[in-house]
Design a protein around this ligand. Sequence first.
Ligand SMILES: [Ca+2]
Ligand SMILES: [Ca+2]
Ligand SMILES: [Ca+2]
Length: 281
Amino acid sequence: MIRQAIGCRLLSLLGLFLATPSFAGAISGSGMNLTGNVETDFPSTSPGIITLENPKYPTTDPLGYLAAHNLSPGWSVKDVRLNYDTSSDTMYVGVNFFGIAGDADNNGVQGTVTAENAAKGMIEYPHLGGRESISLGFDMALQGTPSFLAGVPQDKSQAGTGLDGFKVASYLPTNGGFASSYGAQLQDHQGQLYFDPSAAHPGFEFSIKNFSKFPGYDPANGFGLVLYAGTPDDTLPEEGALFPRVDGGRIPEPTTVLGWSTVLLAGAAWRRSRKGRTSIA
Ligand SMILES: [Ca+2]
Ligand SMILES: [Ca+2]
Ligand SMILES: [Ca+2]
């Protein structure tokens, strides 16, 4: 039943991503002045900014929706914003959470939970520690599976050299889902995570270098994107979002949809198998 429900959700997601914007008109410039506030740094109304809204949440009173469904503003993603800088071949990415990234109990401090919320099973590690992860998979050749990953791995033995263990890495599938499937760091592509999420810098903003140089990438076709945020160690559900084709307009091939479904379902199965587990790895 869970698998069926996820499948249905995927289909509804796919239906909502058919009108995604194009890269035409992307800003060319010399980098960005980042503050850690995604909506400030990646204004949706600016030419070249691509905003991928997470269709799971209503635009009217989303915080009320989150509260009613026991979802955390600190792990729920409102949208993902992209800005490709042609002059430096750098892709800037802003993951825009409803609250402060990683502030699971929404007490305004990423890294601490109130006693009351701790009693409800909410857990926060300093920074993005423990098995906390914000991970994005990029499907550069539209194969239905990530070509590479960028983010903070769930399995910290896979952590990279960036802030909070940020890494741009090859995708090395494991049974743990893509958030714990980081392979070798890709030095030619390793950008940076700009801020450890906090009240002053609530978003998750990073860069990827030499973005056009990934094998198989054709800017005219766009790329796919899959996102994960959260930790399997608390009582909150993890965030997952799928953007099968970021340039849009065309329906992904069925095989592509199937591939993406497999990627997401692998993570779902893994989480189910640990249901009830409360120990901290
Ligand atoms: Ca907190
Ligand atoms: Ca944390
Ligand atoms: Ca969780």
